[in-house]
Ligand binder design. Structure first.
Ligand code: HEC
Length: 151
């Protein structure tokens, strides 16, 4: 070990310690700064601002979210993409009552805020564009070339 005066050792030790602590602080800061990937919970506590969505609509689809462009799109983007990906919405189908139940469930358990006067418009949008699809039975087979069974 070098022969340094004690006060110099303390000074160097302190500087090294400060450097390490700064490094740790910067590391954790950068971790909290990175935005979660699409689909992760963002824990928003209020609607998001929606600007310029008209220019993002192509062939009837709002490209960044995949939502169908229709009356109420701005409300749905603002309220329904704050916590999770729009995909969670667009991959679901329900009638008006079913959508209302999902909204109530999120309000009761997931901190979704009151939608107030906008709820009716949001339900209109969801039940019109993401209504249940009735698939029915598998359609009959057509265009099959049958072959003779040989014995
Ligand atoms: C405050 C946060 C928050 C907001 C805002 C929010 N949700 Fe959710 N939602 C959640 C959470 C949390 C889940 C559960 C996610 C999971 O299971 O991974 C969820 C799940 C869902 C699901 C899936 C339900 C299921 O049965 O699988 C749908 C559909 C949905 N949300 C639609 C919406 C719609 C429509 C809106 C806008 C009116 C909305 N969400 C706004 C928090 C929110």
């Amino acid at each position: 070990m070098l022969h340094l005066p004690n006060n110099l050792r303390i000074l160097i030790g302190g500087a090294v310690l400060a450097l390490i602590l700064t490094g740790i602080a910067v590391y954790f800061q950068s971790r909290t700064d990175t935005l979660p990937a699409d689909g992760e919970i963002r824990n928003a506590d209020k609607p998001l601002a929606v600007e310029g969505i008209e220019s993002e609509i192509k062939d009837g689809i709002h490209e960044p979210t995949g939502f169908i462009a229709d009356e109420g799109l701005d409300l749905v983007i603002a309220h329904c993409t704050a916590c999770h990906s729009a995909k969670l919405v667009t991959q679901n189908r329900a009638d008006r009552e079913g959508w209302k139940k999902m909204i109530r469930w999120m309000q009761d358990t997931q901190n979704l805020w009151e939608l107030g006067a906008q709820e009716a418009a949001i339900l209109d949008y969801l039940s019109a564009n993401y209504a249940p699809v009735s698939r029915g039975r598998r359609p009959p087979l057509t265009g099959i070339e049958w072959y003779e069974l040989k014995d």
